[in-house]
Design a protein around this ligand. Structure first.
Ligand code: HEM
Ligand code: HEM
Length: 177
């Protein structure tokens, strides 16, 4: 069988997949609802901060345990698409929480994690900067959703059509059989 990712890499992948997909829906729900806005925003911020911490752990883990090689017969273009989409996913996992944090800093709104636990501002308060970052947050979220759809499509192609063990490499972590 195709060599798997380590158990820790799989756990991080699936935990972050759940959190990130939840954040996309929480974000959309938040801007679409007046009644649920308050509590959705109050969970959007700490989950976003948690994602930022987890992606740093994941990057360090990824440098220490590189991804298993893709199957030898996979065409060059597909290999490139796989690597490029993973780089884009990593970039967005880092950029979205940072832009969210920066845009609230620019709006002079505290980033409340829990009770009186706040994150410090990372950019100066500035209305024009807020407007730019607010727009960027929307565009990046849309881009993340589109890249995720391509990623899901590719994962299902590997699981159901190619049946080359790539899908299982992320579901059977650490299992060397
Ligand atoms: C992976 C992390 C994140 C994802 C996927 C995400 C996704 C989204 C989405 C889909 C929206 C609604 C779409 C729109 O802009 O119209 C949104 C809005 C928003 N996000 Fe995030 N976000 C993330 C991290 C953060 C973080 C870390 C913060 C703040 C610390 C934050 C603060 C906000 C705020 C304040 C809004 C808009 C609220 C409003 O305009 O009333 N986001 N986010
Ligand atoms: C139901 C949803 C998902 C499925 C079925 C899935 C499936 C997979 C599979 C099978 C792999 C291994 C591919 C390979 O070896 O090249 C993988 C890798 C990866 N996935 Fe997902 N995934 C999902 C959601 C997500 C989400 C939401 C993200 C991030 C936004 C994500 C980010 C990544 C990244 C960056 C990799 C490359 C491995 C790494 O360096 O961590 N995945 N995924």
């Amino acid at each position: 069988m195709h060599q798997p990712f380590t158990l820790f890499s799989c756990l991080l992948h699936w935990l972050m997949a759940i959190l990130i997909l939840a954040m996309l829906f929480i974000g959309v729900g938040m801007v679409a609802s007046l009644t649920d806005y308050g509590w959705l925003v109050s969970i959007h911020k700490p989950i976003g901060a948690l994602i930022l911490v987890l992606v740093v752990v994941r990057l360090i883990n990824r440098l220490r345990h590189p991804a298993p090689p893709l199957p030898a017969g996979m065409p060059g273009l597909l290999r490139f698409a796989a690597h490029a989409s993973h780089v884009v996913l990593y970039a967005l996992m880092i950029a979205l929480p940072l832009v969210g944090w920066a845009m609230l800093s620019a709006a002079h709104i505290p980033v409340v994690l829990y009770g009186s636990l706040h994150l410090p501002p990372i950019v100066p308060a500035n209305a024009a900067l807020y407007a730019t970052l607010r727009g960027a947050h929307t565009v990046l979220a849309l881009l993340l959703f589109l890249t995720f759809l391509a990623h899901l499509g590719a994962a299902l192609m590997h699981a159901l059509i190619f049946r080359d063990g790539v899908f299982e490499s992320m579901t059977s972590g650490g299992d060397k059989s």
